[in-house]
Design a binder for this molecule. Structure first.
Ligand SMILES: [Zn+2]
Length: 121
């Protein structure tokens, strides 16, 4: 499953960050997922549940930030909304639309659990 390898990659990035910054748990993770990225959000959530066991993401809350697809229409000379990669321009109905947004898949935000035993100054 494609989504599982994406999640494994995310877990790896987080584990590396955790080692570098010295935190042990992530409280919340926000992912940017473009509607044209080919990533299935339900499959992603399912894979996440399975892949985070025993990692810094184990108790993290997963939030998905969906980015709508957009493209540049060479006929209209402007950015138009795109529902899928093969979609034609909603304004002039030509097929000459170059996708420019909505293919994202990346970590938008990581909220880390406060370091334990870190009182005082
Ligand atoms: Zn157009």
């Amino acid at each position: 499953m494609h989504e599982l390898s994406l999640v494994m990659n995310i877990v790896e990035i987080c584990e590396t960050e955790a080692r570098r910054d010295g935190f042990s748990q992530i409280e919340r993770i926000v992912l940017d997922v473009g509607t044209l990225s080919g990533v299935s959000v339900p499959a992603l959530c399912f894979s996440f549940e399975a892949a985070v066991v025993g990692t810094v993401l184990e108790s993290a809350e997963l939030e998905i930030f969906e980015i709508q697809g957009s493209g540049w229409c060479i006929h209209c000379q402007k950015t138009v909304p795109l529902k899928d990669l093969l979609c034609s321009c909603p304004l002039c109905e030509s097929g000459g639309v170059l996708p420019t947004g909505g293919m994202e898949f990346r970590i938008r935000e990581l909220i880390v659990v406060d370091h334990q035993g870190k009182g005082g100054p």
